[in-house]
Write a protein that binds this ligand. Structure first.
Ligand SMILES: [Zn+2]
Length: 129
C-alpha cells in the first residue's frame, strides 16, 4: 500500500487489519474508525485510538472526530473505509457511542465515482483538523 495515496480497498484492509489491536498509547482496542483516522493523519505504521490522536492536538475527542469527519467525507478512499467500519461496527453489536458518535456514520456512496476517487485521496491539502 502507498500510505500517502491509498486506494479505498487499502483503507478498508487497513481498518480490518488494525481492528481490535491495542492502541500503542493507551491500550484501548482499536475500531476501524480509529484506523481510518490514523491512516489519514500519517500513523500508517502504528494506528492509535481517536482520543490519543486528538490529545496531542489539544482537542477534545468529539470535536476532533467532528472535524476529522468533514475531511473523511471529502476524501473518497477514507470515506469508503469509514463506511466499511460503520457497517462492521453495526454488525458487531450495540453501537459504542462513547467511542464514535452515532451521527458520524458515513452514508455509503450511491454509485462509484471512478478514477476521481484516487485523485480525491491524494489532495491532502484538503485536510484541516
Ligand atoms: Zn489510545
Amino acid at each position: 500500500m502507498n500510505a500517502k495515496n491509498p486506494k479505498a480497498e487499502d483503507v478498508i484492509a487497513f481498518a480490518d487489519r488494525s481492528w481490535g489491536t491495542p492502541c500503542p498509547t493507551c491500550g484501548t482496542a482499536l475500531l476501524g474508525h480509529d484506523a481510518v483516522l490514523s491512516l489519514m493523519l500519517g500513523f500508517a505504521d502504528g494506528p492509535v485510538c481517536a482520543p490519543c490522536l486528538a490529545r496531542p492536538l489539544g482537542r477534545e475527542t468529539v470535536p476532533f472526530l467532528e472535524g476529522a469527519h468533514q475531511n473523511v467525507r471529502r476524501l473518497a478512499c477514507y470515506r469508503a473505509g469509514w463506511a466499511h467500519a460503520d457497517a462492521r461496527l453495526s454488525a458487531e453489536g450495540p453501537w459504542p457511542e462513547d467511542r464514535i458518535p452515532f451521527r458520524l456514520r458515513m452514508p455509503a456512496p450511491e454509485e462509484p465515482e471512478g478514477d476521481d476517487d484516487e485523485d480525491a485521496c491524494q489532495d491532502l491539502s484538503l485536510i484541516h483538523i
